[in-house]
Design a protein around this ligand. Structure first.
Ligand SMILES: [Zn+2]
Length: 254
């Protein structure tokens, strides 16, 4: 072409800029003051310390074997459940209106296991959850309560020491106590540092909880605060006899 050998104007401009940048004359006088970054030899950085793993939950499940439709499974969570909300002024009024344990459906007579080592401090004591119950005190001060047992426990007696996994009783039925054709389940509570406060067992028991629940077990939604208490892991402690905490003006499901 006719302009072969010439440098196009835009390339001249680029060359001029490059030359200016390369020239020591255009290095700012304060450059020395900015060159205080630490010497980087280009070596790989030290690996970040591995985070300390959080300890596993302290307790085991109250049944042996795997959960399943013919063995045992979670049928109601601890906390702000739909059934709890609807029973807030009835069955659960003493628990500030929420379900203050975890329910495990299981055939009547299924062996119920201590969730941790401890001492039996009640056999059919005044802890509710009839017709029969057993309570174990653990070394951390917590109590575990095994409720709706089918009969007075023949497996443990008052004052007995138990290990995690020892049989403490047999599961029963809260509604059809003789025939066991009503709502056979274990009601498991953990009471914190004494008997007045119930806490959520889910974070404290080493179990794949999602796999242990058959189907969706919903929580009541306060439409004025719809995110509150919707996780199986985050549910409030309750103090027995305290005020109802889920008296919502508008709720879902209605
Ligand atoms: Zn229950």
């Amino acid at each position: 072409m006719w302009w072969t050998g010439l440098i196009p104007r835009r390339d001249l401009y680029r060359l001029a800029v490059a030359a200016a940048l390369a020239s020591p004359l255009v290095v700012p006088r304060f450059a020395a003051a900015t060159q205080e970054e630490p010497f980087d030899p280009g070596l790989p950085e030290e690996p970040a310390p591995t985070p300390t793993p959080s300890p596993p939950p302290p307790y085991r499940p109250p049944f042996g074997g795997d959960p399943g439709p013919s063995t045992w499974y979670v049928s109601q969570w601890y906390g702000n459940t739909v059934f709890g909300y609807r029973s807030r002024r009835g069955l659960y009024v003493e628990g500030q209106g929420i379900h203050f344990g975890v329910d495990f459906s299981a055939p009547c007579g299924t062996p119920v296991l201590a969730i941790g080592p401890g001492q039996v401090i009640a056999v059919d004591g005044g802890y509710g959850s009839p017709p029969h119950n057993v309570v174990v005190r653990h070394s951390d001060g917590n109590l575990s309560l095994y409720g709706h047992l089918v009969e007075r426990s023949q497996d443990v007696s008052y004052g007995q020491e138990v290990e995690a996994g020892d049989v403490v009783g047999r599961s029963g039925d809260s509604t059809a106590r003789r025939t066991c054709d009503g709502n056979p389940h274990l009601h498991l509570e953990i009471r914190k540092g004494g008997r007045r406060v119930a806490t959520n067992p889910v974070p404290l028991i080493d179990l794949n909880w999602e796999a242990a629940a058959l189907g969706h077990l919903p929580f009541a939604i306060d439409l004025a605060n719809p995110r509150q208490w919707q996780s199986i892991y985050h549910q409030p402690d309750i103090t027995f006899g305290g005020v109802i905490i889920n008296d919502y003006a508008r709720v879902w499901p209605p």
